[in-house]
Every structure is written in structure tokens, then in C-alpha cells.
Design a protein around this ligand. Structure first.
Ligand SMILES: [Zn+2]
Length: 286
């Protein structure tokens, strides 16, 4: 409740508060996650690329449709901020808000990463997550959130009146600009809300403020995705490190993250058709 609340509750407030909950989206109507298919496809993986993301920096990588990619913690607990684009058209990119609405505030194996409108389709599927044991803790926190956006120098400046240039937003901007070979000002508008890989977050029970706690990730832990379309990924190793204390500064120890790209089993993929278009006619009633 706002500390400036001025209105007395009506006589039927309790009754109004007890209206039944309805899950907003009938997600059971989505195509079901085909666990057997993905497990067969990942049974015979051939590594085709590896990228190391330096601490407090970002790097890009490409994942052809039908390949897998894996983000692995190496050396120490480290959170990653992930942007995903259609590699052939960066106007299509990951839509964290809709992913949150369709799945939950945090994602794991079987959840999909959806793209923005007007494409709105599954561009990646999570196929393995070594932190799936964490579940929800007593604070209501979990890992791999699609709640937060990304640490950025603008919010940091508003709050601290200092300029810090290695926030995830800036790291992602520099890496995307480098990949596209354009100035940072041209790349920046394409940087979008992230999947907070390995980050452990929730909402404070009474105030509902977004909180973070030290990531439970250990070196060797990884999260793995199947590329439903040709993907361009950009990953930042957050200056917050394990995001257990501060971010947007150089105070916290930070570690690299490893990205590996794998070719899947050919036989399993023989009948795979790739991500279908959304299907909406796009007329908006006109
Ligand atoms: Zn960050």
C-alpha cells in the first residue's frame, strides 16, 4: 500500500479481495514442450564454437537454427545478462515481458524465450538447467529471472550522480555495435530487457520491491538453450558478479562466462521444422 494512501477501504473490501485468481494466459494451449525430442537432439552434440565473455564486458555469438548453446559459469559465481536477436533481422528480439507472462517470473527447462511483436514466437527453448534444483526459496526467490531489466548507466547516474561505463546495458551496447560494425548510438536502441542468467531474485514480501541475493551458481553450472531460429546472442558478465551485494560499480569480484555452441544430432532433427510464424493477420482491425 502507498504510504500516501488516503482512502478508507469500502465495506465490501474483503469480498473484493477474495475474488478468485485466474492465470492470465491459457499456456496449456501452446505447443507442448517435447522433452523427448530435445533430449534426443542433445544426446549427440558436436561443439562448433566457444566464446569467453570477460568480466564487466559482453561478447556476441551466433547460433544457427537447430543448434544448442550453453552458458557456463567458470572460475566463480557470476550473473549474465542475455540479449537474443533474430540473426537475420535484429528488429525481432527477445521479449522478456511476454516470456514472463506466458511462463513465470523465472524460467528453467521446458520454458521458451519469446520474441517481440509483430513476430511473437518461440525463438529459443531451455533444454537443460543445472540450477533446476533451486526451485523457490523461503524468500520467494529463484534463479534465471525475466523480471529485472539490466543494470544501466542512466539509472546509476540518477541514483548516484556518477558515471559508470561497464553496466550490462553499456556492455551489451558495445558488443552489439562491434558485431554490427556501427557506432554505439546506432546499436543502443536494439538492446533490450534481458534474461538474467544465474541471477537469484524475488520481491520483498511486504514492500514488493525487487531484490537480489548471491547467485547459487558454482563453476560448471550451466543453462542450455535450443535455437528455434537463427540467433544472434549478446551476453554481458554483469559488474554485480554474483549479484549478492552491489552492481554498477567495480567493488564486487567478477568472473568470465563461457558460451558454447553445439551442433545437434542430425537424425533427430530430420523432421524438425523450425519456429512457425505467429499466424495473426496483422490487420489490427483495419
Ligand atoms: Zn548487470
Amino acid at each position: 500500500m502507498s504510504k500516501y494512501a488516503q482512502h478508507a477501504a469500502p465495506a465490501d473490501a474483503e469480498q473484493r479481495r477474495q475474488a478468485p485468481k485466474t492465470v492470465c494466459y491459457q499456456v496449456e494451449q501452446l505447443p507442448e514442450y517435447n522433452h523427448d525430442f530435445y533430449q534426443r537432439a542433445r544426446a549427440n552434440l558436436t561443439k562448433v564454437d566457444e566464446v569467453i565473455v570477460d568480466p564487466r564486458d559482453a561478447a556476441s555469438f551466433k547460433v544457427p537454427a537447430g543448434h544448442f548453446f550453453r552458458i557456463t559459469s567458470v572460475e566463480g559465481a557470476q550473473v549474465g545478462d542475455l540479449n537474443l536477436f533474430n540473426a537475420n533481422d535484429i528488429n525481432e528480439r527477445f521479449f522478456s515481458g511476454k516470456t514472463r507472462q506466458l511462463h513465470a517470473s523465472h524460467v528453467s527447462t521446458g520454458d521458451r524465450l519469446w520474441s517481440n511483436m509483430p513476430n511473437l514466437r518461440a525463438i529459443a527453448t531451455i533444454t537443460h538447467d543445472t540450477l533446476d534444483w533451486y526451485g523457490w526459496d523461503e524468500d520467494g526467490a529463484s534463479v534465471h529471472d525475466v523480471i529485472g531489466t539490466r543494470c544501466d548507466p542512466y539509472t546509476n547516474h540518477m541514483l548516484t550522480q556518477t558515471d559508470y561505463h561497464y553496466c550490462c546495458h553499456s556492455n551489451l551496447t558495445r558488443a552489439l555495435a562491434k558485431h554490427l560494425d556501427v557506432p554505439t548510438a546506432q546499436a543502443e536502441p536494439f538492446v533490450h530487457d534481458v534474461l538474467n542468467v544465474f541471477m537469484c531474485t524475488g520481491f520483498i514480501k511486504d514492500t514488493h520491491q525487487y531484490f537480489m541475493k548471491a547467485s547459487p551458481v558454482r563453476p560448471g553450472d550451466y543453462i542450455e538453450f535450443f535455437a528455434e531460429i537463427d540467433l544472434l546472442g549478446v551476453l554481458s558478465a554483469c559488474p554485480g558478479g554474483d549479484c549478492g551485494s552491489s552492481h554498477s560499480d567495480d567493488k564486487t569480484p567478477c568472473y568470465p562466462l563461457k558460451v558454447e555452441v553445439f551442433k545437434a544430432d542430425d537424425d533427430t532433427l530430420a523432421d524438425w521444422e523450425g519456429a512457425a510464424d505467429n499466424g495473426y493477420d496483422g490487420s489490427h482491425g483495419l
